[in-house]
Design a protein around this ligand. Structure first.
Ligand code: 5GP
Ligand code: MG
Ligand code: MG
Length: 183
């Protein structure tokens, strides 16, 4: 679905499909150089990172394996607490593997900080993070993101995997959701 198909639900287009594609290509070229001759395991957290995962994996000209986790954040309402429960764990043993965590967006960064710690304890040979989007608050948390796409303003965005109430994940671009949708 195109952003233009839901114009009335959006206030501002942040990233077009073309801008996203170009960035995914840039990041993929860097990953190919950094892991030349190696086999990489890409790990994404469901469901938001599914589009980034699919596009990065297909753009890469090195062999990759894909695995997925499902987690839920404990805590009140919309505030991310950083305390996370695993609903579906990885199928893959990380011991000795080159692992890249593929993320859609970093807001508080608490989920990612927890995830990095959890995966690091499983003995990977290397562990890096790719995140397409970053919000301003993410700067407060000390998580090193090696492959990073765009800084975006502190607004609620949808599209390219990101949802509001499970809607808008299938938009090709990324846009700010109009307040009347969640008011
Ligand atoms: P945090 O970094 O605060 O621990 O949480 C990141 C998660 O919150 C993301 O993976 C995403 O599911 C959700 N999130 C944060 N900001 C936004 C946003 O602007 N739009 C959408 N749709 N989800 C967001
Ligand atoms: Mg995510
Ligand atoms: Mg969501």
């Amino acid at each position: 679905m195109e952003l233009a198909d839901v114009t009335a639900d959006l206030t501002e287009v942040l990233l077009t499909e073309q801008q996203i594609n170009d960035k995914i290509a840039d990041l993929s070229r860097r990953i190919e150089q950094d892991y030349a001759g190696e086999r990489v395991l890409l790990v994404a957290v469901l469901k938001g990172a599914v589009m980034v995962m699919a596009d990065v994996a297909r753009e890469l000209k090195i062999h990759v394996e894909l695995d997925f986790m499902a987690v839920s954040s404990y805590g009140l309402s919309t505030e991310s607490s950083g305390v996370v429960r695993i609903l579906k764990d990885l199928d893959t043993d990380l011991n000795g593997r080159h692992v890249i965590i593929v993320e859609d967006i970093i807001d508080s960064g608490l989920t990612l900080a927890w995830l990095r710690g959890n995966l690091a304890s499983r003995g990977p040979k290397s562990l890096e993070i790719l995140a397409l989007l970053r919000k301003p608050d993410a700067a407060k948390v000390d998580v090193d993101v090696k492959y990073f796409g765009f800084d975006i303003p502190n607004a609620f965005v949808v599209g390219y995997g990101l949802d509001y109430s499970e809607k808008y994940r299938n938009l090709r671009g990324i846009a700010v959701l109009a307040p009347h949708i969640y008011a």
